[in-house]
Design a protein around this ligand. Structure first.
Ligand SMILES: C[S@@+](CC[C@H](N)C(=O)[O-])C[C@H]1O[C@@H](n2cnc3c(N)ncnc32)[C@H](O)[C@@H]1O
Length: 260
């Protein structure tokens, strides 16, 4: 491998890995995505009466369309990096797009930008979130769920105890995302950092679940076999895996839009 790999090359290398892993798990994604489905339903309830202005609507990192199907708003563009997941998405229209390149120009002045469990995969989640907020029409709405830095404490602790690298994806801190959204003019209507525990029988089951979900990509090299054994030996059996998820619904400045 070229040792002078540029930042852009390593970025597209992660995008490639993410696309391949989600592509491989596409057929089984929804059976694994119980947390994603539960959070989508929560967002759907929160967004029952959003006063949406005119303008384009999109689900960013839509995958198989779980979030869009839970939202009352219709006609969201289903945008995703992974064509295989979009093939399992019953909603239309769809667009294969890498969100590291920002948003397509057709989404400028958006009435609604929704995104579930996708922003964390981008190279600069806070920067892209600011861009999403600035792309909203006045009075346009952001509907977001994203796992954040307090997730997977069991994995981090087991890696530290084993003396091996934690190869979990580095997740953005919730407060940094909230600051980026506020700086870009978003007014929160609902903002919560939630914790969910998935019952797993120890580390192996937790890691297998992430892999089956398609969410096993990481910019870090995988552990070797003996490192993995040490990691699992230090991961308490019968512990759950904790996810920290920022749920944010807010609107861009508009004198007439004060909340549903
Ligand atoms: C965990 S899935 C979530 C899918 C869906 N939003 C849901 O809630 O079930 C993450 C999605 O983000 C997409 N994604 C990851 N990186 C992306 C990128 N750079 N550009 C566009 N989509 C991306 C993946 O392809 C995948 O569909």
């Amino acid at each position: 491998m070229n040792s002078l790999l540029s930042a852009t090359d390593s970025r597209s290398a992660l995008s490639d890995q993410v696309r391949r892993q989600f592509g491989r798990g596409a057929a089984g994604y929804e059976a694994q995505a119980l947390l994603q489905r539960a959070v989508a339903c929560r967002l759907g309830r929160l967004c029952r009466d959003l006063p949406l202005p005119a303008g384009p609507r999109a689900d960013l990192g839509a995958g198989s369309g779980l979030l869009s199907r839970a939202l009352p708003a219709q006609g969201l563009l289903q945008l995703d990096l992974c064509p295989e997941l979009l093939q399992h998405n019953p909603q239309q229209p769809t667009l294969v797009w890498d969100l590291n390149d920002g948003l397509p120009s057709a989404l400028q002045g958006a009435a609604l930008l929704a995104s579930g469990f996708a922003l964390q995969w981008l190279d600069d989640p806070a920067g892209q979130l600011g861009h999403w907020c600035r792309s909203l029409a006045p009075g346009g709405w952001l509907v977001l769920a994203v796992p954040t830095a307090g997730s997977f404490p069991q994995w981090h602790q087991a890696a530290a105890a084993a003396g091996v690298a934690c190869t979990a994806l580095e997740l953005p801190p919730a407060d940094r995302l909230l600051q980026a959204a506020a700086r870009a003019g978003l007014h929160p209507y609902h903002s919560r950092v939630l914790r969910f525990s998935r019952p797993h029988q120890g580390g192996l089951a937790a890691l297998r679940h992430l892999r089956r979900l398609g969410a096993g990509a990481s910019p870090q090299p995988p552990l070797g076999a003996s490192e993995l054994r040490r990691l699992l030996a230090n991961w308490p059996q019968k512990t759950s895996l904790t996810w920290e998820v920022l749920v944010l619904v807010g609107h861009r400045d508009h004198p007439a839009a004060s909340g549903p």
